[in-house]
Design a binder for this molecule. Structure first.
Ligand SMILES: *Cc1c(COP(=O)(O)O)cnc(C)c1O
Length: 516
C-alpha cells in the first residue's frame, strides 16, 4: 500500500534541495529536523490491512492529538542524517590533526571484530558460562596492558581517560587511608591536561601547580619545594602536553616516592612510548591508558572511550571491582567486595566497562603484534617530527631545540603583525579540507597550535597537509587578511559564537506551529 492512499496519513511533500545559503555544490545545508518535518504527517504506514477502509487498526489506541514529532518520509529522513554527517569532519575523510586527541585511522578489522554477534549482542547479566569468550578477551587485554606497561595489575572498567584518572586517584586515596596517612594535596604541572586538576578536585584533593622550565619540562626545583607530607600524589603526562619527553622522569619519581607520595602517570600519550618504554620502569604507580587513543577506536564527540588503569603491586588491592579471575568452572568476574577484592574502593560503573572498545583494542594489538606496536610509537614520533621539520622554517615553535615526540607544537609568534590569529589560521584550514589542529592548548604556550598526525598517516598525506599550511602561511604573511577573517567560506556554517553556544546552549526546540 502506498503512503498516499492511507486515509489518515498525509504524505509530506518531497522536499527537493534548493540552492539555499550554506549549500555548496554537493554539500547541502540542512535545517533542524523539526523545521523540515511536518507535525501532521508521518512516513510510517500504520494501516496494516489492505482494505483502505480508514478503519482504526490500533484497537482504539489512536491518539486524539498528534505527538509533536516531525514527520518526514523515509528518504527525507535518510537524507537529513546523511547531510548532517557531511557537515562533520571525519578521520576517513582526511588527516585529523587534533593534538592530544590522537585521532588515528580505525582499522576495519577492529570494526568487524566488534560487530561479531558474540561480542556485540552480549548482555551484561548473562550467565558466566555463556560469556567465556568475552571474559577471555578481557583477560587477553589485561595481559597485553600489563605486559606493555610492566605493571602487575589493571582495572579495566573505567570508561574514559578522565574516568581512569579518577580510578587511579581513588585507589591512591584508599591506599593512603589504609596506612592511616591522610594527605590533602595533588601536584600537577602547569601544562597538565585540564582533566588532571579536575580529577584531583573531584577526588577531594587541593591542587597545586608545578612550574615549567623554559624548555617545557617539569621544574625539578619547584617540584622538590612543593613536595611534602601533605602531598598524596603528583600527576605527570609523559611525553607531556607540549609533545616533549620528560627527561627527568626518574628523578621526578624518586623525589615523589621519597616524600611518601604516589606517582600518577597520565597515559594519554602512551602511543609515543608503547613497545619502547614500560611506565613501570619510569617509577609510575598508576596510569590510565586511553584505549581509544593509543589502541585506536572511533572516538570524539563525547565517546565512546575506555580508560583502563594499570596499578602497582601496592595499589592493586584497592582496584575497583569487577575483574576477571580463574574459577573452578572457567573464567569469572570477581564482583563481591570479599576475598581478593575485600579492599576494593568500590565500583566505577554498573558493569564491566566498554566491551566494544576492548574488542577493537585487542584486534589492534594482535594485528600489530609486539613488534608492530613498537613501530606504532616510532612512526607516531617520526610523523610528528616530519611535520615539525617541514613547518619550522615558517611557523614558530616555542620549544624549537631538539626533536619532539608524537606531536609538533607551534605558537603564534610568527603571525605577529599580520593581523591573523591562531583562531583565524585554524578556520582557514577548514577551507583547505583539513580539520584544525588543537588550538590554545597547552595553555602555557601563547596561541598554541598542537599538531598530532599519528602513525597512521602516510607521508603523501603529511605532505598534502604541510603544503596546505605553508600555502596559508604565505597568504598570511602576504597580508591576505580577508581570506582568514572570512574563513571558513566553504563550510555550511561559518563562524559561530562558540562562547554563547557553550554558555547558553539551546537544547530545546520550541514549536511555533506544533499541536498544543
Ligand atoms: C585525552 C586526554 C585526557 C582525557 O582522556 P578522555 O578519554 O578524553 O577522558 C587526559 N589527559 C591527556 C593528556 C589527554 O590527552
Amino acid at each position: 500500500m502506498s503512503l498516499q492512499s492511507v486515509g489518515r496519513v498525509t504524505r509530506p511533500e518531497y522536499d527537493a534541495p534548493t540552492a539555499e545559503p550554506g549549500t555548496n555544490a554537493l554539500l547541502q545545508n540542512e535545517p533542524l529536523i523539526f523545521e523540515r518535518g511536518r507535525f501532521d504527517a508521518t512516513g510510517v504506514d500504520f494501516d496494516v490491512d489492505d482494505s483502505d477502509t480508514g478503519a482504526d487498526d490500533l484497537a482504539g489506541l489512536i491518539r486524539a492529538v498528534a505527538p509533536a514529532l516531525p514527520g518526514l518520509s523515509e528518504p527525507e529522513t535518510m537524507r537529513h542524517y546523511v547531510r548532517l554527517s557531511q557537515h562533520n569532519h571525519a578521520i576517513d575523510l582526511a588527516l585529523y590533526p587534533l593534538g592530544s586527541c590522537t585521532m588515528k585511522h580505525n582499522p576495519r578489522l577492529g570494526e568487524r571484530m566488534a560487530r561479531l554477534p558474540g561480542f556485540a549482542d552480549l548482555h551484561p547479566l548473562q550467565p558466566m558460562s555463556t560469556v567465556q569468550g568475552a571474559l577471555k578477551l578481557m583477560d587477553e587485554l589485561a595481559r597485553w596492558l600489563t605486559t606493555l606497561t610492566g605493571m602487575p595489575a589493571v582495572a579495566l572498567s573505567p570508561k574514559a581517560g578522565a574516568h581512569g584518572e579518577l580510578c587511579g586517584l581513588l585507589a591512591i586515596r584508599a591506599a593512603l587511608e589504609a596506612r592511616g596517612d591522610a594527605r590533602t594535596t595533588v601536584l600537577t604541572p602547569t601544562s597538565a591536561h585540564g582533566t588532571n586538576p579536575a580529577t584531583a578536585a573531584l577526588a577531594g584533593y587541593q591542587v597545586q601547580e608545578i612550574a615549567q622550565t623554559v624548555d617545557g619540562r617539569v621544574d625539578l626545583t619547584d617540584l622538590a619545594a612543593k613536595l611534602g607530607p601533605h602531598v598524596a600524589a603528583i600527576m605527570v603526562t609523559n611525553p607531556n602536553t607540549c609533545g616533549l619527553f620528560e627527561r627527568d622522569i626518574l628523578e621526578i619519581a624518586h623525589l615523589t616516592h621519597a616524600a611518601g607520595a604516589f606517582f600518577y602517570g597520565d597515559g594519554a600519550n602512551f602511543n609515543a612510548l608503547v613497545g619502547r618504554v614500560r611506565p613501570a620502569d619510569l617509577g609510575v604507580d598508576a596510569m590510565h591508558i586511553n584505549l581509544h587513543k593509543t589502541f585506536s577506536t572511533p572516538h570524539g564527540g563525547g565517546g565512546p572511550g575506555a580508560g583502563p588503569v594499570v596499578l602497582s603491586a601496592e595499589l592493586a588491592p584497592f582496584a575497583p571491582a569487577p575483574w576477571v579471575v580463574r574459577g573452578p568452572g572457567g573464567l569469572e568476574l570477581m564482583e563481591e567486595a570479599s576475598g581478593p577484592a575485600a579492599k576494593a574502593f568500590g565500583r566505577l560503573c554498573a558493569f564491566h566497562g566498554q566491551m566494544g572498545m576492548y574488542v577493537r583494542a585487542v584486534a589492534y594489538m594482535q594485528s600489530h603484534g609486539a613488534d608492530g606496536l613498537r613501530q606504532v610509537a616510532e612512526d607516531a614520533v617520526l610523523n610528528a617530527n616530519y611535520i615539525k621539520a617541514r613547518l619550522s622554517g615558517t611557523l614558530s615553535a616555542p620549544f624549537p631545540n631538539g626533536p619532539c615526540m608524537h606531536e609538533a607544537l607551534f605558537d603564534e609568534t610568527w603571525l605577529e603583525g599580520t593581523g591573523v590569529t591562531t583562531l583565524d589560521f585554524a578556520k582557514a584550514m577548514i577551507d583547505k579540507g583539513f580539520h584544525p589542529m588543537t588550538m590554545y592548548f597547552p595553555l602555557v604556550v601563547k596561541g598554541a597550535m598542537l599538531i598530532e598526525p599519528t602513525e597512521t598517516e602516510p607521508r603523501r598525506e603529511l605532505d598534502r597537509f604541510c603544503d596546505a599550511l605553508l600555502d596559508l602561511a604565505a597568504s598570511a604573511k602576504a597580508g591576505d587578511i580577508e581570506r582568514f577573517k572570512t574563513a571558513p567560506r566553504t563550510a555550511p556554517l561559518s563562524r559561530l559564537d562558540e562562547t554563547q553556544a557553550a554558555r547558553k546552549p539551546k537544547l530545546r526546540w520550541r514549536p511555533e506551529t506544533a499541536p498544543a
